[in-house]
Design a protein around this ligand. Structure first.
Ligand SMILES: [Zn+2]
Length: 479
């Protein structure tokens, strides 16, 4: 066979493969899209409007999230005589594309990005004004946009602040922020959130859902959930009446259909509908919808780029999710051998439930598609069982990331524990290999390595050839 024919055969083969993957991808996306449209609103329970004398504290990762998720709730609460405070974790000063459009030029400086952050602050003040929230009840914490996950995972201590590539600094450059000059570090974010909880004594806290796909949104969820969980342990009288609710902004192509459809209702994304979140819906009146549109219109820097997406949140309702408090139960007797892990009877429900078949890689490689996580502990170890959609293979790398905290009196201490497991290969010195059985991967983690912590934030992720396939996001768990 001549070289010409071999080359032609290779081209045809590549073309066929491309056609196969394109068709499979399109089929998958259509499947997700139709599934998202098929969840009936009747499956949701009613979210009761806040009664008088309640105190709502809403955390928004960026200016606009609070309006998208909670504009109707805010109006209902104020109308009924409750108080509403809104705290912005960042000023959205990392959204370079929006800033370039705002200033009509490329190559923006760090000063330009900070100026853009101030523009977004003003948009937030005007938007919330349309909903009835006065300037005095709006707080800007001033942390870096696109940086909250870095603060959570790598820059916890104030001795090791994060430098934002967009603002160029490692502290809040905004003189009007909650603690001017606050360092870009996880412990400072946590301390600010606790300060706000102490100051406003909320009956209801709101933040983005842990499974929200924007890294700032899932990190915001971790910080707020952790702050409340720690305070419920250390200061139960202050926080015993406080309930935490989650709203959702980013998840695949949700909400579908995109665009302004005022007669349609919001329902949770199909892949999240049957997990452990209990979803409920708050109805909006046409008047509340009008004011929600007016508030969204104040975010001119955002509507210029994604008005259709923002208007997708103007529906006949808003949805909120509650998650049960998860506790890693104790297990007796102790597990003496590695192989003993697979004999554990995992009596409790999973501590983490994750959507399955929710992205293209998970669709192609079910071994990396995380389904759920079980965990128990004894006096020395925490035992973890990771379940996947298809049998575990050594092509996938699995990692367990845990943010832990030491002595309860020293919550700002602690650290980050990361275990990477390649099935069948050594992971930690006292565990010769992570144990594999069909769709389950078992590992044990010495409690001393996670500071015998009473609370942990745990995330399990999978990757293939260095590309992340699936992640559960961080879940705050009691030990
Ligand atoms: Zn956002």
């Amino acid at each position: 066979m001549s070289l010409k024919y071999i080359r032609r055969a290779v081209y045809i083969l590549i073309l066929l493969l491309l056609v196969y993957f394109a068709t499979a991808s399109a089929t998958f996306l259509i499947h997700i899209h139709t599934a998202n449209e098929s969840i009936p609103e009747s499956s949701l329970s009613d979210y009761p409007p806040p009664p008088p004398n309640h105190s709502l504290l809403i955390f928004s990762p960026h200016p606009d999230d609070e309006t998208l998720g909670c504009a109707g709730l805010i109006q209902d609460a104020l109308h009924n005589g409750s108080s509403v405070h809104v705290a912005f974790l960042t000023n959205g000063d990392g959204f370079r594309l929006a800033a370039e459009r705002e200033f009509h030029r490329l190559n923006l400086s760090t000063e330009d990005m900070i100026r853009f952050g101030k523009i977004r602050q003003n948009e937030a003040i005007n938007a919330l004004g349309k909903l009835g929230v006065p300037r005095s009840d709006i707080l800007f914490l001033g942390y870096p946009d696109q940086g909250l996950t870095h603060l959570w995972e790598k820059h916890w201590s104030s001795n090791n602040p994060y430098t934002s590539p967009t603002t160029g600094v490692n502290f809040s450059p905004y003189s009007n922020c909650f603690h001017p000059g606050t360092k870009y570090c996880g412990s400072c974010v946590l301390a600010d959130i606790k300060d706000l909880i102490r100051r406003y004594k909320p009956t209801d806290l709101y933040v983005t859902h842990p499974l929200d796909e924007h890294p700032d949104h899932s990190a915001a969820s971790s910080f707020v959930t952790l702050a409340l969980a720690q305070m419920q342990m250390s200061d139960p009288t202050l926080t015993s009446r406080c309930h935490l609710h989650y709203y959702l902004v980013h998840r695949g192509d949700w909400p579908v259909p995109q665009g302004l459809f005022r007669t349609k209702s919001l329902t949770p994304p199909a892949e999240m509908a049957d997990l452990d979140t209990r979803w409920s819906a708050l109805p909006l009146t046409p008047h509340e919808e009008n004011r929600k549109i007016a508030a969204i219109d104040q975010y001119a820097s955002q509507t210029a780029l994604m008005k259709r997406f923002l208007l997708s949140f103007v529906r006949t309702n808003e949805i909120f999710g509650d998650l049960p408090v998860k506790k890693i139960g104790s297990y007796t007797p102790s597990v003496d051998t590695n192989s003993g892990i697979s004999n554990i009877r995992w009596l409790q429900p999973p501590i983490i439930e994750d959507p399955v078949d929710d992205n293209l890689l998970c669709n192609f490689l079910g071994a990396g598609d995380i389904r759920n996580i079980y965990a128990v502990r004894d006096g020395m170890y925490m035992y973890v069982k990771i379940n996947t959609s298809e049998p575990i293979t050594s092509k996938i790398q699995y990692s367990i990331k845990i943010r832990y905290f030491g002595n309860p009196a020293l919550y700002e201490t602690g650290g980050m524990y990361v275990m990477r497991c390649i099935p069948g290969k050594p992971t930690i010195p006292n565990l010769t290999q992570s144990l594999v059985s069909k769709n389950s991967l078992y590992v044990r983690i010495p409690l001393r390595d996670i500071g015998y912590s009473h609370l942990i934030g745990m995330c399990v992720a999978s990757s293939v050839m260095g590309i992340q396939e699936d992640t559960t996001g961080y879940h705050i768990l009691q030990m």
